[in-house]
Design a protein around this ligand. Structure first.
Ligand code: NAG
Ligand code: NAG
Ligand code: NAG
Ligand code: NAG
Ligand code: NAG
Ligand code: NAG
Ligand code: NAG
Ligand code: NAG
Length: 451
């Protein structure tokens, strides 16, 4: 075991020694008049998109004590693959030349030791290691120890969505979408499903690379919870070709206190006293509800009677009122009152319901009939006929009811009158027979006939 361990350690040491030797070997063999006299400050590795360009941020510095005169003519050179450019083809760019094998441009001012370079027309074959070199009258050096690995990829980078701040209801957060920008000269176009007209900004990172970014501040509410933010970055590539697009989604999680708390009863109809009734409390919250509580209305206020989302009650002969309350770490929210009624209270409520409906019918039925009459003239006639018949019939009954007694009375009256008249004739006949003449009797008859 210990032998094995020792062997392993030895092998690691040997490997490390070898790699150190190899690296220093490269440095030593660096083909320059003054060896390892140049250093660059640039990313060690960079990614680029085929069809797009790459801006290489770069600052160079000559080794202390070397003769570097910035007032002289200076040329910048890029060498690929191997700093020993015994193979002249490896010199892919020389700023003193107007034609170069790779399309590059020194955008930095070499006199200011700025070797920033714009690398255009990239394709996958240009994935390689690159070395920077300076050539002037008395100073020629390659930055052999600072290779730059460039990897050219076909697919664009995914944009990143960042939410800064606490994603909690009523809090304001800044949501941003940013995309790596290899080439600030043709930055990606960012679009998202938030505010559409957000202006894209290009920011410089500490390592000299760039990032395109859009951002928006939002005051959060529970309705934002679960919202999927999607952002896409479209990188322009060779002219005439459609840009390369990549989309990113992120679901917004907003924490909020319970909302829309409600209590429901099952069964929902009327139940008889002594049977079980299930009460269910529901609410929504983020994070989820940690506890549900049930409260019963008493004459001394509401009293907590149970915990849990479900509560089973044995119905009493009284009407009971409950509400439930849902709680999570952010707060609580209660439902409105629910009332448990049993069948015993049915007659009273029925009477009430029936009374109300009768009143409603009494008020609205005549209105409805009127409307119907106005609306439908062909129906009007038939309705009129039947209506009149009914009315007449109704009236007859009423009249006959009312007149039955008075008419019989009046018949009696008239009978009595006739009798009276007749009696008077008889009386006058008797009187006349005793005192008056026959002419007087005829006179009386004539009077009666006139009536
Ligand atoms: C760069 O170009 C200059 C002028 O043409 C030439 O003298 C020099 O050798 C070139 N450098 C390299 C590394 O090829
Ligand atoms: C180098 O030059 C570029 C312009 O090509 C400029 O954007 C950058 O700021 C310069 N770097 C420094 C360190 O001055
Ligand atoms: C999001 O942005 C904030 C501030 O802008 C930053 O501190 C944080 O690191 C960023 N997070 C990610 C994942 O980029
Ligand atoms: C949001 O996106 C996720 C997957 O990214 C998906 O599962 C979910 O259904 C989406 N939600 C909405 C509201 O679109
Ligand atoms: C419960 O939440 C609703 C929103 O769903 C809110 O309107 C109501 O004011 C809240 N009630 C309490 C007592 O917090
Ligand atoms: C409900 O309570 C009453 C009296 O409290 C009892 O007589 C009855 O059996 C109970 N009902 C059930 C279903 O347990
Ligand atoms: C009440 O819920 C229990 C289970 O929780 C169920 O067995 C019972 O049938 C339910 N009763 C009613 C009236 O819904
Ligand atoms: C309910 O029943 C009890 C006896 O169990 C009785 O004393 C009380 O008067 C009843 N209440 C109603 C409103 O019927």
């Amino acid at each position: 075991m210990s032998l094995m361990a020792a062997l392993c350690v030895n092998m690691v040491t040997v490997n490390m020694l070898l790699s150190v030797f190899f690296l220093s070997g490269v440095s030593a063999q660096c083909g320059s008049i003054t060896p390892a006299a140049l250093f660059i400050d640039a990313p060690k590795e960079m990614e680029a998109l085929s069809g797009s360009c790459l801006l290489i941020p770069c600052i160079f510095r000559a080794k202390d004590g070397t003769q570097f005169d910035s007032s002289r003519e200076i040329y910048g050179v890029w060498i690929k693959n191997d700093p020993r450019f015994s193979n002249k083809d490896n010199v892919i760019f020389n700023s003193s030349q107007s034609v170069n094998s790779y399309k590059m441009q020194m955008t930095g001012n070499l006199r200011e030791q700025n070797c920033t370079t714009l690398f255009s027309d990239l394709d996958k074959s240009k994935t390689n290691k690159y070395f920077f070199r300076i050539e002037s009258e008395h100073f020629r050096a390659t930055a052999c120890d600072d290779p730059l690995q460039i990897t050219v990829r076909d697919s664009p980078w995914s944009p990143r969505i960042n939410i800064s701040g606490e994603a909690k209801e009523k809090k304001s957060v800044t949501i941003s979408c940013s995309a790596f920008t290899s080439c600030p000269h043709s930055p990606p176009q960012l679009t998202w499903n938030l505010q559409q007209n957000s202006h894209s900004q290009i920011e410089k990172n500490t390592d000299g690379t760039f990032t395109s970014k859009i951002q928006q501040s939002i005051t959060l509410s529970d309705s934002h919870d679960g919202f999927n933010i999607s952002c896409s970055a479209t990188y322009p590539v060779d002219e005439g070709k459609p840009g390369k697009t990549k989309e990113t989604q992120q679901t917004l999680s907003v924490t909020y206190a319970p909302k829309e708390t409600s209590a429901s009863i099952s069964p929902s109809g009327l139940v008889s006293a002594g049977s079980w009734v299930n009460l269910t409390c529901s609410s929504r919250a983020n994070p989820p509800i940690s506890s549900f509580s049930w409260f019963l209305k008493t004459k001394d206020g509401s009293m907590k009677v149970a915990e849990g989302q479900f509560y089973t009650v044995n119905m009493t002969n009284m009407t009971e009122s409950y509400y439930c309350e849902a709680t999570n770490i952010l707060g609580h929210n209660r439902s409105s009152w629910i009332h448990l009624k049993n069948e015993e209270s049915f007659p009273l409520s029925t009477i009430l319901a029936v009374t109300v409906s009768v009143v409603i019918v009494l008020i609205f039925l005549p209105l409805c009939v009127c409307r119907l009459k106005r609306k439908n003239p062909t129906q009007q006639q038939t309705q009129n006929q039947t209506g009149e018949e009914e009315e007449i019939h109704y009236g007859d009954i009423k009249f006959s009811d009312r007149r039955a007694a008075p008419s019989s009375v009046s018949e009696q009256d008239s009978g009595q009158q006739q009798e009276t008249v007749y009696a008077r004739i008889q009386v006058s006949k008797a009187e006349s027979s005793s005192e008056q003449s026959a002419e007087g009797l005829q006179d009386l008859y004539a009077q009666v006939n006139k009536k």
